[in-house]
Design a protein around this ligand. Structure first.
Ligand SMILES: [Zn+2]
Length: 420
């Protein structure tokens, strides 16, 4: 079925330039965009048109790294850095997801908030629990938004309640891989999720590499987030030159199918390894600020041709509402620029690209309105945001991203289907 939305359409076709089309038609052919037109082409003349007046029509937001169980901890514990924070806040909370009733109550609220935030695709860590992970996959399917959900693997250096055995980890991961792989077109898919190197034994990482290969799974994890973490990985795997190469060694950087969160302290050698495998980078500036982890050289990654998207990293980050991460990405790049003059700060257009088309690339042809892209769209009513008459559409978009909120998102489409 073909339908058309008429409004002020804005999207990021290129990395550093917004495509702005006032009072234009976004043509939706079933799941995909059939293009944006200033006047409706003859072939679509009979298609129904909904006129949205002066509202903005933009792509859905992409969140390429977050932890669903940690949603309950957002806004708490930021006087600690990563490793003590995990022990003190994260592991005790995640262990509660062994209780399926507890998981059901809070995962429902989490999915509702994720959806109302305008995020149409997300790459999600659940906890290490099989039942609760399965439940989260099902709740995501019901919600109408898409992405990846993974059961966390962790068989060393955890808390007593949360740590799993090698045998259980392999068994439960394989069950989920069998249940949720094979359908390339599924809107919600399973993703292999070793928590990070210190949490997984060499034996388990070897097996997970085999499972990734066998079921053609995508992989998500954390990389070079915190200096103490990097030193710990060096201690645990002194025979492997770098953190990145530990994942590579165990087959956990499958080409074009891996997303690594943070990538703050990577050296040149590691960047070459990421390029070799076309590894996707999840930039999580709010988390990096909150846990004093550092600032990732995002402009360098973009210039070197690596794919980058933005992650809320709940609960390292404190909000699921992705425009806050978009603004933080700009801020982080400006602070980075002060001590690295060779890399200019991100422009607003570049940050909006990361928020939409950049992050969307991890999910397929998602995050843009170019013809053939899966149509994820938000309709924005910014009439309650005080603006000066005559402000351009680019300025209105920037103002909405910086000063708007969930209430300005009046409609949401995922894969061509209206879900709000
Ligand atoms: Zn994380």
């Amino acid at each position: 079925m073909i339908k058309c939305l008429k409004g002020n359409v804005i999207f990021a076709e290129e990395k550093n330039k917004l495509k702005v089309m006032p009072h234009s038609y976004l043509v939706i052919n079933n799941e995909r965009s059939a293009g944006v037109y200033e006047s409706l082409p003859e072939e679509y003349k009979n298609a129904p048109v909904e006129d949205l007046g002066d509202k903005l029509i933009i792509p859905g937001f992409m969140d390429v790294h977050l932890h669903a169980p940690q949603w309950l901890n957002k806004g708490v514990g930021y006087s600690e850095e990563l490793l003590p924070w995990l022990q003190k806040y994260t592991f005790p909370l995640e262990s509660k997801f062994a209780d399926i009733k507890f998981a059901e109550k809070y995962y429902k609220l989490f999915v509702d908030e994720l959806k109302s935030s305008g995020t149409t695709r997300a790459c999600i860590f659940a906890s290490r629990h099989y039942e609760a992970t399965k439940l989260l996959i099902e709740l995501m399917k019901e919600s109408g938004i898409g992405g990846y959900v993974g059961k966390v693997n962790m068989d060393r250096n955890s808390s007593e309640e949360l740590q799993e055995t090698y045998e259980d980890s392999v068994k439960e991961t394989t069950m989920l891989a069998k249940e949720y792989s094979g359908d390339d077109n599924a809107l919600v898919k399973f993703i292999l999720t070793p928590r990070f190197v210190p949490s997984t034994t060499s034996e388990l990482m070897t097996k997970l590499g085999e499972i990734a290969e066998k079921y053609n799974l995508h992989v998500q994890s954390h990389l070079d987030e915190n200096v103490d973490e990097v030193a710990w990985v060096k201690e645990l795997h002194s025979d492997i030159p770098t953190f990145t190469e530990v994942y590579e060694h165990f087959g956990l950087l499958p080409d074009n199918r891996t997303v690594m969160a943070h990538c703050i302290h990577n050296n040149d050698r590691e960047i070459e390894v990421l390029k070799k495998h076309n590894t996707f980078i999840a930039h999580c500036p709010l988390s990096n600020f909150n846990l004093a982890s550092g600032i990732a050289p995002i402009k360098r990654y973009m210039e070197e041709g690596l794919d980058v998207g933005l992650g809320s990293d709940i609960s390292g980050g404190h909000t699921l509402y992705m425009p806050v991460s978009c603004v933080a990405a700009v801020s982080a790049s400006k602070i980075y620029h002060v001590s690295h003059k060779e890399y200019s700060p991100l422009t607003f257009a570049e940050a909006f690209y990361l928020l939409t088309k950049g992050g969307g690339k991890f999910f397929g042809k998602v995050g843009s309105f170019e013809e053939g892209y899966e149509c994820d769209a938000l309709v924005i009513d910014d009439s309650n945001i005080t603006s000066i008459d005559g402000m351009t559409l680019e300025e209105r978009l920037e103002k909405f991203i910086y000063t708007g909120n969930r209430g300005n998102i009046v409609r949401i489409y995922c894969r061509g289907k209206q879900i709000k």
